[in-house]
Design a protein around this ligand. Sequence first.
Ligand code: FMN
Length: 202
Amino acid sequence: MGTEHEGVPLNLADIDASAWRELEAAASNPQSGFRFLNLCSVDAAARPQARMVVLRRADRSLRLLEFHTDMRSQKWLELSANPYAAVLGLSAQTQLQLRLQGTVERHAAGSTQANAAWDRLSAWTRMTYAGGPPGDEVAFDAIDGAALPKPADEAEGKPHFGLLIFRARALDWFQLRRQDNRRALLTYDETGALAAGRWVNP
Ligand SMILES: Cc1cc2nc3c(=O)[nH]c(=O)nc-3n(C[C@H](O)[C@H](O)[C@H](O)COP(=O)(O)O)c2cc1C
């Protein structure tokens, strides 16, 4: 399995590094399969809840993924009660699945992190936070194609804008191949360092 490097075979350290390089690149590449990730939380009834989110930033050394969301959304409530989350991504080109487990820190509107992220958003994106609470019923006239949308002020969205920082503690790496599928399990310590890795049966 190659040379050992701090307890992790070198080829697994390479696989880990390349997975995180891809995640970092995806944050600024709309063509990447990992640009949209499935973020899964657990609700108050202990049921899994999954939804797609845009990957805004990745940090390979700290093993962080950053997402933006509306603080009035169900996911925000779910993650405040239970910070455990899974993130699932697929690159269709390379048939690579990344399945991460970890916890989510929330940075609410008004926090330094949320303010800094808000400042970098386009006016167009800011408008997505200016509407009514996500999941609330839409007023009839608002879905009538003939009706003009109510003009909203982009600044109205700022009090709803929150940041989710996912910190990975484990990565299940799976590559679908014509013959020999490959799967590796990698774990990270609390500082983000690669703690262990092993090949497992796919
Ligand atoms: C391609 C795509 C990207 C999305 N990106 C985000 C996102 O970055 N943040 C977000 O909160 N919701 C995003 N959504 C909407 C969520 O998938 C979800 O429907 C919404 O946030 C409500 O989820 P919740 O009720 O579980 O909180 C996206 C949806 C699609 C289809």
